[in-house]
Design a protein around this ligand. Structure first.
Ligand SMILES: [Fe+2]
Ligand SMILES: [Fe+2]
Length: 379
Protein backbone atom coordinates (compact mmCIF):
# COMPACT_ATOMS: atom_id res chain seq x y z
CA UNK A 1 0.00 0.00 0.00
CA UNK A 2 1.59 3.23 -1.03
CA UNK A 3 1.90 6.07 1.38
CA UNK A 4 -0.41 8.69 0.05
CA UNK A 5 0.60 12.20 -0.75
CA UNK A 6 -0.47 13.54 2.58
CA UNK A 7 -1.42 17.22 2.56
CA UNK A 8 -0.81 17.27 6.31
CA UNK A 9 2.93 16.68 5.85
CA UNK A 10 3.73 20.34 5.82
CA UNK A 11 2.32 20.88 9.31
CA UNK A 12 4.60 18.60 11.28
CA UNK A 13 6.25 15.25 11.03
CA UNK A 14 3.97 13.54 13.50
CA UNK A 15 0.89 14.83 11.75
CA UNK A 16 1.47 12.31 8.94
CA UNK A 17 -1.21 9.68 9.36
CA UNK A 18 -0.51 6.01 9.17
CA UNK A 19 -2.35 4.35 6.34
CA UNK A 20 -3.85 1.29 7.89
CA UNK A 21 -5.41 -1.77 6.34
CA UNK A 22 -8.93 -2.50 7.46
CA UNK A 23 -8.15 -5.06 10.13
CA UNK A 24 -5.40 -3.17 11.88
CA UNK A 25 -7.44 0.01 11.56
CA UNK A 26 -10.35 -1.58 13.35
CA UNK A 27 -8.07 -3.14 15.92
CA UNK A 28 -6.62 0.26 16.67
CA UNK A 29 -10.14 1.48 17.35
CA UNK A 30 -10.58 -1.30 19.88
CA UNK A 31 -13.08 -3.02 17.61
CA UNK A 32 -12.34 -6.70 17.36
CA UNK A 33 -13.73 -9.81 15.76
CA UNK A 34 -17.25 -9.13 16.91
CA UNK A 35 -17.30 -5.96 14.82
CA UNK A 36 -15.86 -7.77 11.82
CA UNK A 37 -18.14 -10.76 11.99
CA UNK A 38 -21.06 -9.46 9.89
CA UNK A 39 -18.76 -8.34 7.09
CA UNK A 40 -16.71 -11.51 7.19
CA UNK A 41 -19.43 -13.55 5.54
CA UNK A 42 -19.74 -11.02 2.76
CA UNK A 43 -16.00 -10.92 2.23
CA UNK A 44 -15.77 -14.71 2.19
CA UNK A 45 -18.47 -14.96 -0.43
CA UNK A 46 -16.91 -12.66 -2.99
CA UNK A 47 -13.17 -12.15 -3.57
CA UNK A 48 -13.83 -9.01 -5.58
CA UNK A 49 -15.92 -7.60 -2.78
CA UNK A 50 -13.05 -8.25 -0.40
CA UNK A 51 -10.60 -6.21 -2.45
CA UNK A 52 -13.03 -3.39 -2.78
CA UNK A 53 -13.89 -3.50 0.89
CA UNK A 54 -10.26 -3.27 1.92
CA UNK A 55 -9.60 -0.46 -0.50
CA UNK A 56 -12.55 1.54 0.72
CA UNK A 57 -11.43 1.14 4.26
CA UNK A 58 -8.00 2.61 3.83
CA UNK A 59 -7.81 5.82 5.74
CA UNK A 60 -6.04 8.34 3.58
CA UNK A 61 -3.99 11.42 4.25
CA UNK A 62 -6.88 13.37 2.78
CA UNK A 63 -9.31 11.81 5.24
CA UNK A 64 -7.04 12.83 8.11
CA UNK A 65 -6.68 16.36 6.75
CA UNK A 66 -10.47 16.69 6.55
CA UNK A 67 -10.92 15.42 10.10
CA UNK A 68 -8.20 17.74 11.39
CA UNK A 69 -9.83 20.78 9.79
CA UNK A 70 -13.22 19.74 11.14
CA UNK A 71 -11.69 19.31 14.60
CA UNK A 72 -10.35 22.87 14.36
CA UNK A 73 -13.77 24.13 13.26
CA UNK A 74 -15.37 22.34 16.20
CA UNK A 75 -12.86 23.85 18.64
CA UNK A 76 -13.80 27.28 17.28
CA UNK A 77 -17.52 26.46 17.53
CA UNK A 78 -17.09 25.24 21.10
CA UNK A 79 -15.28 28.41 22.08
CA UNK A 80 -18.06 30.68 20.83
CA UNK A 81 -20.89 28.52 22.13
CA UNK A 82 -19.29 28.41 25.57
CA UNK A 83 -19.38 32.21 25.67
CA UNK A 84 -23.08 32.13 24.79
CA UNK A 85 -23.74 29.44 27.41
CA UNK A 86 -22.02 31.36 30.21
CA UNK A 87 -24.37 34.32 29.75
CA UNK A 88 -27.45 32.70 28.16
CA UNK A 89 -27.42 28.98 28.96
CA UNK A 90 -29.23 27.04 31.68
CA UNK A 91 -26.55 27.85 34.27
CA UNK A 92 -26.52 31.58 33.53
CA UNK A 93 -28.06 33.90 36.12
CA UNK A 94 -31.42 35.29 35.06
CA UNK A 95 -30.94 38.60 33.30
CA UNK A 96 -32.55 40.83 30.73
CA UNK A 97 -30.35 39.09 28.12
CA UNK A 98 -31.75 35.70 29.11
CA UNK A 99 -35.28 37.11 29.16
CA UNK A 100 -34.75 38.54 25.67
CA UNK A 101 -33.38 35.22 24.41
CA UNK A 102 -36.54 33.66 25.81
CA UNK A 103 -38.62 35.94 23.57
CA UNK A 104 -37.18 33.85 20.74
CA UNK A 105 -38.13 30.64 22.55
CA UNK A 106 -38.75 29.82 26.19
CA UNK A 107 -36.33 26.90 25.87
CA UNK A 108 -33.53 29.00 24.41
CA UNK A 109 -31.20 28.59 27.46
CA UNK A 110 -31.56 24.81 27.27
CA UNK A 111 -30.86 24.78 23.54
CA UNK A 112 -27.80 27.02 23.99
CA UNK A 113 -26.36 24.73 26.65
CA UNK A 114 -27.10 21.61 24.63
CA UNK A 115 -25.59 23.05 21.45
CA UNK A 116 -22.48 23.90 23.49
CA UNK A 117 -22.25 20.36 24.85
CA UNK A 118 -22.69 18.95 21.35
CA UNK A 119 -19.79 20.99 19.97
CA UNK A 120 -17.54 19.91 22.83
CA UNK A 121 -18.47 16.30 22.11
CA UNK A 122 -17.54 16.82 18.45
CA UNK A 123 -14.12 18.11 19.49
CA UNK A 124 -13.55 15.29 21.94
CA UNK A 125 -14.58 12.62 19.47
CA UNK A 126 -12.69 13.93 16.46
CA UNK A 127 -9.46 14.38 18.37
CA UNK A 128 -9.81 10.97 20.04
CA UNK A 129 -10.45 9.36 16.66
CA UNK A 130 -7.42 11.09 15.17
CA UNK A 131 -5.29 9.80 18.03
CA UNK A 132 -6.71 6.30 17.62
CA UNK A 133 -5.45 6.10 14.05
CA UNK A 134 -2.04 7.54 14.86
CA UNK A 135 -2.75 11.04 13.57
CA UNK A 136 -2.08 14.26 15.40
CA UNK A 137 -5.08 15.80 17.19
CA UNK A 138 -5.72 19.53 16.88
CA UNK A 139 -4.98 21.94 19.71
CA UNK A 140 -5.59 25.68 19.37
CA UNK A 141 -5.08 26.54 23.07
CA UNK A 142 -2.18 28.88 22.38
CA UNK A 143 -4.55 31.14 20.46
CA UNK A 144 -6.99 31.59 23.36
CA UNK A 145 -5.95 35.20 23.72
CA UNK A 146 -9.05 37.30 23.01
CA UNK A 147 -10.84 39.10 25.87
CA UNK A 148 -13.96 37.87 27.61
CA UNK A 149 -17.08 39.88 28.27
CA UNK A 150 -16.85 41.83 31.52
CA UNK A 151 -20.44 40.95 32.43
CA UNK A 152 -21.05 38.83 35.53
CA UNK A 153 -21.18 35.18 34.56
CA UNK A 154 -18.54 35.36 31.84
CA UNK A 155 -15.41 33.52 32.89
CA UNK A 156 -12.32 35.70 32.72
CA UNK A 157 -10.30 33.48 30.41
CA UNK A 158 -8.72 33.93 27.02
CA UNK A 159 -11.00 33.20 24.05
CA UNK A 160 -10.42 32.04 20.51
CA UNK A 161 -13.38 33.98 19.18
CA UNK A 162 -14.82 37.47 19.49
CA UNK A 163 -18.61 37.73 19.80
CA UNK A 164 -18.61 41.46 20.52
CA UNK A 165 -17.85 42.87 17.05
CA UNK A 166 -19.78 40.68 14.63
CA UNK A 167 -21.00 41.39 11.11
CA UNK A 168 -23.64 38.72 10.61
CA UNK A 169 -24.57 37.41 7.16
CA UNK A 170 -28.30 36.59 7.32
CA UNK A 171 -28.70 35.50 3.71
CA UNK A 172 -29.15 31.89 4.86
CA UNK A 173 -32.69 32.94 5.79
CA UNK A 174 -33.67 33.87 2.23
CA UNK A 175 -31.53 31.10 0.70
CA UNK A 176 -33.54 28.36 2.42
CA UNK A 177 -36.81 30.03 1.39
CA UNK A 178 -35.78 30.29 -2.26
CA UNK A 179 -36.26 27.90 -5.18
CA UNK A 180 -32.78 28.72 -6.50
CA UNK A 181 -29.47 27.22 -5.43
CA UNK A 182 -26.11 28.90 -4.70
CA UNK A 183 -24.37 25.86 -6.21
CA UNK A 184 -25.94 26.93 -9.51
CA UNK A 185 -24.97 30.57 -9.09
CA UNK A 186 -27.89 32.04 -7.16
CA UNK A 187 -27.35 34.82 -4.62
CA UNK A 188 -29.64 35.90 -1.80
CA UNK A 189 -30.43 39.12 0.09
CA UNK A 190 -29.99 39.48 3.83
CA UNK A 191 -33.05 39.00 6.01
CA UNK A 192 -31.64 41.55 8.49
CA UNK A 193 -29.58 43.89 6.29
CA UNK A 194 -28.35 46.06 9.18
CA UNK A 195 -26.68 43.01 10.84
CA UNK A 196 -24.66 42.46 7.67
CA UNK A 197 -22.94 45.85 7.95
CA UNK A 198 -21.15 47.50 10.84
CA UNK A 199 -20.20 45.79 14.09
CA UNK A 200 -22.63 44.18 16.51
CA UNK A 201 -22.28 42.44 19.83
CA UNK A 202 -24.14 39.18 20.39
CA UNK A 203 -23.37 38.98 24.12
CA UNK A 204 -23.63 41.56 26.91
CA UNK A 205 -20.23 43.21 27.25
CA UNK A 206 -20.76 44.53 30.79
CA UNK A 207 -23.20 44.29 33.67
CA UNK A 208 -25.41 47.10 32.43
CA UNK A 209 -26.02 45.12 29.24
CA UNK A 210 -27.22 42.13 31.24
CA UNK A 211 -30.36 44.23 31.61
CA UNK A 212 -33.53 43.99 33.66
CA UNK A 213 -34.95 40.46 33.64
CA UNK A 214 -38.46 41.83 34.12
CA UNK A 215 -38.21 44.47 31.43
CA UNK A 216 -35.30 44.06 29.01
CA UNK A 217 -34.59 47.22 27.06
CA UNK A 218 -34.54 47.37 23.27
CA UNK A 219 -30.72 47.52 23.52
CA UNK A 220 -30.58 44.25 25.45
CA UNK A 221 -33.14 42.68 23.11
CA UNK A 222 -31.06 43.78 20.13
CA UNK A 223 -28.05 41.94 21.58
CA UNK A 224 -30.11 38.79 22.16
CA UNK A 225 -31.73 38.91 18.71
CA UNK A 226 -28.31 39.40 17.13
CA UNK A 227 -27.28 36.21 18.93
CA UNK A 228 -30.41 34.48 17.65
CA UNK A 229 -29.50 35.15 14.02
CA UNK A 230 -25.84 34.41 14.67
CA UNK A 231 -26.64 30.97 16.10
CA UNK A 232 -28.21 29.97 12.78
CA UNK A 233 -25.42 31.57 10.74
CA UNK A 234 -22.86 29.41 12.52
CA UNK A 235 -24.84 26.20 12.23
CA UNK A 236 -25.86 26.61 8.59
CA UNK A 237 -22.14 26.92 7.90
CA UNK A 238 -21.50 23.59 9.59
CA UNK A 239 -24.44 22.11 7.73
CA UNK A 240 -22.91 22.91 4.35
CA UNK A 241 -19.28 22.32 5.38
CA UNK A 242 -19.79 18.73 6.49
CA UNK A 243 -21.78 17.91 3.35
CA UNK A 244 -19.04 19.41 1.19
CA UNK A 245 -16.30 17.52 3.05
CA UNK A 246 -18.24 14.25 2.74
CA UNK A 247 -17.82 14.44 -1.04
CA UNK A 248 -14.04 14.23 -0.56
CA UNK A 249 -13.79 11.50 2.07
CA UNK A 250 -12.65 8.05 1.01
CA UNK A 251 -12.68 5.86 4.10
CA UNK A 252 -16.14 4.59 5.01
CA UNK A 253 -15.72 5.03 8.75
CA UNK A 254 -14.56 8.60 8.18
CA UNK A 255 -17.55 9.11 5.90
CA UNK A 256 -19.80 7.82 8.68
CA UNK A 257 -18.22 10.30 11.08
CA UNK A 258 -18.61 13.24 8.69
CA UNK A 259 -22.21 12.41 7.80
CA UNK A 260 -23.21 11.75 11.39
CA UNK A 261 -21.68 14.87 12.94
CA UNK A 262 -22.88 16.84 9.93
CA UNK A 263 -26.39 15.64 10.67
CA UNK A 264 -26.17 17.09 14.17
CA UNK A 265 -25.09 20.44 12.66
CA UNK A 266 -28.20 20.34 10.46
CA UNK A 267 -30.37 19.71 13.52
CA UNK A 268 -28.75 22.69 15.23
CA UNK A 269 -29.37 24.93 12.23
CA UNK A 270 -32.98 23.87 11.92
CA UNK A 271 -33.60 24.62 15.58
CA UNK A 272 -32.08 28.08 15.40
CA UNK A 273 -33.70 29.13 12.18
CA UNK A 274 -37.08 28.30 13.71
CA UNK A 275 -36.32 30.66 16.64
CA UNK A 276 -34.70 33.69 15.00
CA UNK A 277 -37.96 34.69 13.31
CA UNK A 278 -39.55 35.34 16.70
CA UNK A 279 -37.51 38.52 17.10
CA UNK A 280 -39.78 41.47 17.78
CA UNK A 281 -39.48 44.71 15.81
CA UNK A 282 -37.04 47.29 17.14
CA UNK A 283 -34.24 49.64 16.16
CA UNK A 284 -31.22 50.11 18.42
CA UNK A 285 -28.04 52.15 18.22
CA UNK A 286 -25.00 50.64 19.93
CA UNK A 287 -22.75 53.47 21.13
CA UNK A 288 -19.77 51.17 21.71
CA UNK A 289 -19.63 49.75 18.20
CA UNK A 290 -21.26 52.79 16.61
CA UNK A 291 -23.74 50.66 14.64
CA UNK A 292 -27.51 50.59 14.31
CA UNK A 293 -29.56 47.43 13.94
CA UNK A 294 -33.19 47.06 12.92
CA UNK A 295 -35.28 43.94 13.36
CA UNK A 296 -38.62 43.77 11.59
CA UNK A 297 -41.64 41.56 12.26
CA UNK A 298 -40.98 38.52 10.06
CA UNK A 299 -44.14 36.75 11.20
CA UNK A 300 -46.79 38.83 9.48
CA UNK A 301 -47.22 40.33 6.04
CA UNK A 302 -43.89 39.17 4.61
CA UNK A 303 -43.15 37.77 1.15
CA UNK A 304 -42.27 34.08 1.05
CA UNK A 305 -38.52 34.71 1.02
CA UNK A 306 -38.85 36.31 4.47
CA UNK A 307 -41.89 34.60 6.03
CA UNK A 308 -40.88 33.29 9.45
CA UNK A 309 -42.77 30.00 9.53
CA UNK A 310 -41.38 28.72 6.21
CA UNK A 311 -38.65 26.85 8.05
CA UNK A 312 -38.57 23.70 5.92
CA UNK A 313 -35.97 23.80 3.12
CA UNK A 314 -37.92 25.00 0.09
CA UNK A 315 -37.46 22.61 -2.85
CA UNK A 316 -34.88 24.20 -5.12
CA UNK A 317 -32.73 23.51 -8.14
CA UNK A 318 -30.30 20.70 -7.47
CA UNK A 319 -27.48 19.38 -9.67
CA UNK A 320 -29.18 20.71 -12.82
CA UNK A 321 -32.05 23.13 -13.46
CA UNK A 322 -33.48 20.50 -15.82
CA UNK A 323 -34.06 18.12 -12.90
CA UNK A 324 -37.09 18.51 -10.61
CA UNK A 325 -36.80 20.85 -7.62
CA UNK A 326 -35.57 19.05 -4.51
CA UNK A 327 -35.67 19.94 -0.80
CA UNK A 328 -32.04 19.87 0.28
CA UNK A 329 -29.38 21.58 2.35
CA UNK A 330 -27.33 24.02 0.31
CA UNK A 331 -24.76 24.94 -0.78
CA UNK A 332 -22.91 21.64 -0.87
CA UNK A 333 -20.94 21.98 -4.09
CA UNK A 334 -17.18 22.45 -4.28
CA UNK A 335 -17.50 25.80 -6.02
CA UNK A 336 -19.45 27.22 -3.09
CA UNK A 337 -18.17 25.45 0.01
CA UNK A 338 -14.60 24.65 0.98
CA UNK A 339 -12.59 24.63 4.16
CA UNK A 340 -10.87 27.83 3.08
CA UNK A 341 -14.27 29.35 2.32
CA UNK A 342 -15.41 28.43 5.83
CA UNK A 343 -12.41 30.24 7.32
CA UNK A 344 -13.15 33.27 5.15
CA UNK A 345 -16.82 33.27 6.19
CA UNK A 346 -15.96 33.07 9.90
CA UNK A 347 -13.38 35.81 9.42
CA UNK A 348 -15.89 38.04 7.62
CA UNK A 349 -18.28 37.34 10.50
CA UNK A 350 -15.77 39.05 12.80
CA UNK A 351 -15.23 36.00 15.00
CA UNK A 352 -11.44 36.24 14.68
CA UNK A 353 -11.19 40.00 15.14
CA UNK A 354 -8.03 40.50 17.22
CA UNK A 355 -6.49 37.12 16.44
CA UNK A 356 -2.78 36.83 15.67
CA UNK A 357 -1.25 36.31 12.21
CA UNK A 358 -0.01 32.93 13.46
CA UNK A 359 -3.57 31.86 14.17
CA UNK A 360 -4.56 32.58 10.58
CA UNK A 361 -1.47 30.73 9.30
CA UNK A 362 -2.38 27.64 11.28
CA UNK A 363 -6.08 27.66 10.45
CA UNK A 364 -5.41 28.35 6.78
CA UNK A 365 -2.87 25.52 6.64
CA UNK A 366 -5.44 23.14 8.08
CA UNK A 367 -8.03 24.41 5.58
CA UNK A 368 -5.62 24.10 2.66
CA UNK A 369 -4.83 20.50 3.59
CA UNK A 370 -8.54 19.64 3.79
CA UNK A 371 -9.27 21.35 0.48
CA UNK A 372 -6.41 19.49 -1.18
CA UNK A 373 -7.90 16.15 -0.15
CA UNK A 374 -9.40 14.19 -2.98
CA UNK A 375 -11.66 11.17 -3.00
CA UNK A 376 -9.41 9.39 -5.51
CA UNK A 377 -7.07 6.64 -4.34
CA UNK A 378 -3.98 8.74 -4.90
CA UNK A 379 -4.50 11.40 -2.32
FE1 LIG B 1 -20.14 20.78 15.79
FE1 LIG C 1 -22.42 23.23 15.32
Amino acid sequence: MKLLNSPTKSLSANSIPRILPRRSFLRSLGLGAAFLAPGAALIGAAPQAKARDENENEITGGDIAILRFLAAAEIIETDLWRQYAELGGVDAAISGYVAALEILDGDQPQYISDNTDDEQSHVNFLNAFLRSVGAQPVNLDRFRTLPSSQANGARQIGRLTNLMQLTVDTSWWTRYRSTTNPDLGATFPNAVPSLATGLHTAIPRNNSELGDPNNPSDHVKAIAFTAGFHFAFIEQGGTSLYAAMARKVRNLTVLQIVLSIGGAEIMHFQTWQDKAGNATPLTDFDPINGSTVTFIDLQTGQPENLQANLIMPEPCQFISPSLPPCSIIRPTGPGQVSAHGAVMALTADGLFRGQSPEFFQVINALAHAADTAQRSRDN
